[in-house]
Write a protein that binds this ligand. Sequence first.
Ligand SMILES: C[S@@+](CC[C@H](N)C(=O)[O-])C[C@H]1O[C@@H](n2cnc3c(N)ncnc32)[C@H](O)[C@@H]1O
Length: 244
Amino acid sequence: MKTLLVVGIGAGNPEHITIQAIKALNRADVLFIPDKGASRADLADLRRDIIARYVTNPASRTLSYAVPKRDAANPDYAAGVDDWHAALAQRFAGLLEDVPEDGAGAFLVWGDPGLYDSTIRIIERLRADKAVALESIPGITAVQALTAAHCIALNRIGEPVHITTGRQLGAVTTDTVVMLDGQTAFTSADPDLEIFWGAYLGTPDEITISGRLGDVAAQIVETRKTARARHGWIMDTYLLRQRC
Ligand SMILES: C[S@@+](CC[C@H](N)C(=O)[O-])C[C@H]1O[C@@H](n2cnc3c(N)ncnc32)[C@H](O)[C@@H]1O
């Protein structure tokens, strides 16, 4: 049976990778690199860098694949995501053809495959039709990169933490980590909260800002805008919590 390895590669620093992930990458006959277009070339380059640094298996090869785009204009978000995943499952089925029988293919997944990533879900769709083994190898998440960059603990003593998206951010009653926020949702949050914000975490371009939200929100919006224009993309994450 063929095996698909879903390998967490960390959130931007090639040194985030674990020994378990390096071993998994070296088991793969084919290493799949997602191609999200020229504006996201940096992200494909990081994956290539990881392969060049850590893959010593001379028999393996890399294979780029174009990532279909989600129809952001679909007013039904869930239906749009479902269509997009169906298109990705079809693409993955094509990639599986390139894996030799009893061999393995590896997806290099940003951060950890279990956090805001659908690679596992999409492979599960594929498995409804095809017999294929699946293994997930954990990676360092953007959340860990954020707390490390700010030298803070994620949770306060005995307290919970809520992880959500910008789209879902409501009133902050629990310490909250926000990911996937293209709308700068923090600008509508209580200005008396404390924010720990980070972009391009773990990379040489890492930027961090922290403080009382009302004091730093405008600076984050401006920094974000300038950085996004410079790189052509931005990935940022932040923690909001009541100030002590
Ligand atoms: C599709 S999710 C992937 C999360 C990933 N699986 C993880 O474990 O961190 C993409 C979001 O993760 C966050 N993110 C990923 N890498 C980041 C980085 N290096 N710096 C800041 N945020 C990052 C951003 O919120 C981005 O919108």
